[in-house]
Design a protein around this ligand. Sequence first.
Ligand SMILES: NC(=O)c1ccc[n+]([C@@H]2O[C@H](COP(=O)([O-])OP(=O)(O)OC[C@H]3O[C@@H](n4cnc5c(N)ncnc54)[C@H](OP(=O)(O)O)[C@@H]3O)[C@@H](O)[C@H]2O)c1
Length: 309
Amino acid sequence: MKRVQYDRYGGPTRMYIGESKLPQLGPKQVRVVVSAAAINPFDWKLRQGAMKLFINRKFPKGMGTDFAGVVAAVGSDVRDINVDDEVFGTMDFKESGAFAEEVVLDSHLVAKKPASLSFPEAACLPIPVMTAWAAIFDKAKTSQGSHLFINGCTGAVGASAVQLALARGVKVSGACGTASLETAKAAGVDSVFSYTDRRLQAQKGKFDAVFDTLGTLDVGHGLSMLKKGGVFVDINPTLRRVARGMFSRRYKLAFATMGIKRLSAIADLASEGVLRPTVGLVVPFADAVSAITAIESGTRIPGKVVLSL
Ligand SMILES: NC(=O)c1ccc[n+]([C@@H]2O[C@H](COP(=O)([O-])OP(=O)(O)OC[C@H]3O[C@@H](n4cnc5c(N)ncnc54)[C@H](OP(=O)(O)O)[C@@H]3O)[C@@H](O)[C@H]2O)c1
């Protein structure tokens, strides 16, 4: 079985397409033939070693987290997923490896693919939507009538947050690059600013929640944008930002894993048309290494890049 893997933590040159043996199927697990796998920044951060303290030291390690495909086998205790079901899902970050011909994973990490979505579209959903949900609902507790500001409102996480928020009656403002301003407006963002817009400095005391998807908003400035009792949510913790945020009870961190139980709810929202993932580019699996290298190195492709198998 072919997969993208690496023998040591490090930069893009560590990745290669190599052979790997699938683990034996456990009673609560499923085996899925992968049709599409979406590339998330998390994937190269894992390969760079960002989570190495939490992961075993066995190499080679597989790359890739979010995927969609067809179930080829189910363990003896699996009840709700059957062979031939079309599913999408996300690997546990400790056992990633979705940039592969096949994956074996716990059945609670997959859900049935909405019929209205293609495999590449469904593969775009898990990490971005789980993260957005955890940030704006679990941590910031936005609800109908709240006003939310999203820094990076056109990225995968930001766009998911816009769609989830609007569906719940949350008013959304946000910032994005100048090339993305029209996209943000078309998505329903009420007041849109470019990152360098000076009017951003005047947005003080206006929002119930500020969600920084990029880790570029000054924490002090983000906190000053909040109404009394508002919450600043960060998904790109650095020691400096966490230390800065520790002086405020209104600074919170959110992680994709917090939303793992929600894959079925995410599938329902996608079926209803609330969640509309944007595939920017579909790349053949054979070109996976060059595609990951390009976006990791800053090549800007609007929408998600998805590997096709
Ligand atoms: N804590 C967690 O569990 C968690 C989960 C998921 C993601 N994250 C982190 O959140 C961040 C955003 O993730 P994402 O999946 O939303 O990323 P993404 O889809 O690549 O979006 C990145 C955003 O960055 C902006 N950007 C500016 N220059 C860029 C360039 N050269 N290349 C790519 N983007 C550029 C884009 O905004 P414009 O269009 O406005 O320029 C875009 O909105 C990443 O740092 C990721 O690691 C954390």
